[in-house]
Design a protein around this ligand. Sequence first.
Ligand SMILES: Cc1ncc(COP(=O)(O)O)c(C=O)c1O
Length: 358
Amino acid sequence: MSTAIKVQRIDATKIHNIDFSNLTFGASFSDHVFIADYKNGEWNNFRIEPFGTISISPSAMALHYGQAIFEGMKATKALDGKPYLFRPEQHAKRLNRSAERLCMPSLPEQVFIDGLQALISLDQEWIPTIQGSSLYIRPFMFATDPFLGVRPANEYTFMIITCPVGPYYANPVKLLAETTYVRAVKGGTGEAKAAGNYAGSLLPTKLAQEKGYDQVMWLDGVHFEEIQEVGTMNLMFVINGKVITPKTDGEILKGITRDTILHILAYMNIPHEERVITISEVLKAKANGSLEEIFGVGTAALVVPVKELTYKDETILVETPTAASIGSILKKEIEDLRAGSVADKNGWLVPVVGIDVV
Ligand SMILES: Cc1ncc(COP(=O)(O)O)c(C=O)c1O
């Protein structure tokens, strides 16, 4: 049975105020939001309302102790002109893994999926049709108890908001391997999509950007040797024809694009491996000529080539990818899957068909 969702529609759409050919990421929001409340040990009050400000107590626990998690995903229109989600159940599962780590309640996957179906179906006109554009979807959960004692909250809100975003041109990036600050350590919250992880990354990223880099590349917090990931992307290295990506063991976000790519590499018979990869190994591979590609993978840009990597006083340059590079092949395969121009054998593409609402 689908979730009973009450819908209050906006009086007049704001869509005509939006310039779809000139969208700033995360700045314009579509008409409606999905909301659910957690109280007395259960989720209820499932509703869709016009996007607007919300009211919470100044003592809401998320504001003080950071019980706040989120997801990031996209709806696109395929070549058939219809709206689709991509692996939404994986985002529901990851939200719940983040919730478990932050001692927050799990949200039934059906509520996540039904909320998405109802909201995206209602606001489907907001999915941009310009090639490469999409409707970015931000599901998130935060603690609302008005209480200042340090303990897990008893009350939470889950919401989904969406914003149309323009094509993301994946210009090759310059990375700085970070040797002062760390993003995550064993036993920490690195694998969760916790708001606080992003807060901690802002200062090192700002300092790196002031030096001309696009992003920092995180290393392990003990020896500053093992490569983790970059700001909002997992990393892949092509050495001697084999794609190597850091294994995820609690410190790295388990990217859904990373997982999709590992499946694609398997069905394309491209050699690949998930294992520890160190900065020394990458520098050595560059020195002996076996480093072929480095790229980041994530929802925002799918695949972003890395053109330069600096570790302490050593900078290595990576060749500009061609259409035959593994990164380019992987990007095209995901774009084609989302467009519906290659067969979706894994059932990753989920049509937005809506649900019956109250
Ligand atoms: C820290 C971090 N790593 C990796 C990713 C890539 O994950 P995904 O492919 O699920 O977007 C993201 C983006 O969600 C992220 O924030």
